[in-house]
Design a binder for this molecule. Structure first.
Ligand code: PMP
Length: 445
């Protein structure tokens, strides 16, 4: 397997020095919150697949629903006027689930990047239908992550994910994120920092001209950028500014929807109703590639009342509304609600956060610890605390390797260790993760 892997499978995200790639970690099994590899290791998956396996890997009702749907209707396109019973039932369930977020209608995709692309395209179309064709620009947060398509890459806030693909979509502007550890204002107080970032947003809008901006896209808690939890005033402040200027607010909840933050959605946690919401990942928990863009009633109505014919043109995927994906999503949603995974995310998340905070006292290479909002945690590692020098790639790779040998798969991304385990883990599993992270940090001390 290792030879074949090296010969024919291309891994663009794996650096040759990456401890998972060399020798390659070949995952051959998964049960509950644990994965096992070809070399016989079994560890707690503190990555949760990739922030998506909220219910763990052995969810019987989901497997049964998929098997049943494969028998009844394995596939039919919803690209034109056709639909199917599974996707209709799912839409009804999502409508109820997202009602407190003011979202009524669902458009289906094959994953997070497709959901982002859809939301960006809908935002442009929305303004065109309303006769506001000049509104074409997009705003987003530095450190935000919005996937790999050209639209998503253009609004990505991390320059590393943009520069090698330039030229990207013109008219995308990135404003400072409320990242207290490092920010252009040198501000560490979360509330003051939030105000400064909101002011930067207002200034950018004034500079660009509100009448040129289609939408702002943001994650309610920034994930891949290193788990940045904004102050409680931040997202409501963004909502207020967007509403004032007729700018659509797109919540990218590919990670945060379905309970990861401890609330059912990140937007709901901050008391905000977005105009569009991108979801994917936990909607099917990894059992099927799937996503949904949830659409507010007033946005959907604009499309429905369109007499220009523009609304129906040009957006849909071969796999939009895939019945097997819909059946998987329906079963996942039922389990998600039945198990109240958001409550476990909040309780276990508090234990995990307290544990990693304690590690900052013990290990000098922990520069910052972020999280405290459900099961999203990050430790930012530095080689020099006072100078905040980011840790180098090979050292953080050793942290990952030692943690793996000590019982947990963790994710390293830039200078960050990111923890996003399944939401159904127990307190014992949290302890296993903490012990493994501690071992990882001790290995390079
Ligand atoms: N948006 C966010 C917030 C994400 O975290 C991700 C993936 N990590 C995406 C979009 C892209 O999703 P996908 O990888 O399913 O295309």
């Amino acid at each position: 397997l290792k030879e074949k892997n090296a010969r024919s499978f291309w891994h663009p995200m794996a650096h040759p020095a990456d401890s998972l790639a060399n020798p390659p970690t070949i995952v051959t099994g998964a049960r509950g919150v644990r994965i096992s590899d070809v070399d016989g290791h079994e560890v707690v998956d503190a990555v949760g697949g990739l922030w998506n396996v909220n219910l763990g890997f052995s969810c019987a009702p989901v497997k049964a629903a998929i098997a049943q749907q494969l028998e009844a209707l394995p596939y039919y396109s919803t690209f034109r006027g056709t639909t199917n019973d599974a996707v209709i039932e799912l839409s009804e369930e999502l409508r109820e689930f997202f009602a407190p977020d003011g979202l009524e209608r669902a458009f289906y995709t094959s994953g997070g990047s497709d959901s982002v692309e859809t939301a960006l395209r809908l935002a442009r179309q929305y303004h065109k239908i309303r006769g506001d064709a000049g509104r074409t620009k997009f705003l987003s947060l530095k450190k935000g992550y919005h996937g790999t398509h050209f639209g998503g890459a253009s609004v990505n806030g991390n320059a590393n994910f943009r520069t090698q693909y330039e030229p990207l979509m013109p008219g995308c502007y990135h404003i400072p994120a409320p990242y207290a550890y490092r920010n252009p204002f040198g501000e560490t107080d979360p509330e003051k920092l939030s105000q400064l970032c909101l002011q930067a947003l207002a200034d950018e809008i004034a500079f660009q001209g509100a009448e040129t901006i289609a939408a702002l896209i943001m994650e309610p808690v920034l994930g891949a950028g290193g788990v940045i939890v904004p102050h409680e005033n931040f997202m409501p402040g963004v909502r207020e500014i967007c509403s004032k200027h007729g700018i659509l607010l797109i919540a990218d909840e590919v990670i945060t929807a379905f309970g990861r933050t401890g609330s059912w959605t990140g937007s709901r946690h901050w008391g905000v109703q977005p105009d569009l919401m991108c979801t994917a990942k936990a909607i099917t928990n990894g059992y099927f590639p799937f996503g949904a863009v949830m659409i507010a009633g007033h946005v959907a109505e604009t499309f429905e009342k369109d007499t220009t014919g523009r609304a129906s043109i040009g957006h849909g995927y071969t796999y939009s509304g895939h019945p097997v994906g819909a059946a998987a999503a329906l079963a996942c949603l039922a389990e998600t609600k039945r198990l109240k995974v958001n409550e476990n995310a909040a309780a276990r998340g508090a234990e995990l956060y307290a544990g990693v905070r304690a590690m900052a006292d013990k290990h000098a290479l922990v520069g910052d610890v972020r999280g405290g909002q459900g099961l999203m945690c990050a430790l930012e590692l530095v080689s020099d605390r006072a100078a905040k020098t980011p840790i180098d790639k090979s050292t953080i790779g050793k942290v990952q390797e030692a943690a793996y040998q000590s019982g947990a798969m963790i994710r390293v991304s830039g200078p960050n260790v990111i923890l996003s385990p399944p939401l159904v883990l127990t307190s014992d599993d949290v302890q296993t993760i903490l012990t493994a992270v501690d071992a990882g940090l001790s290995a390079v001390a």
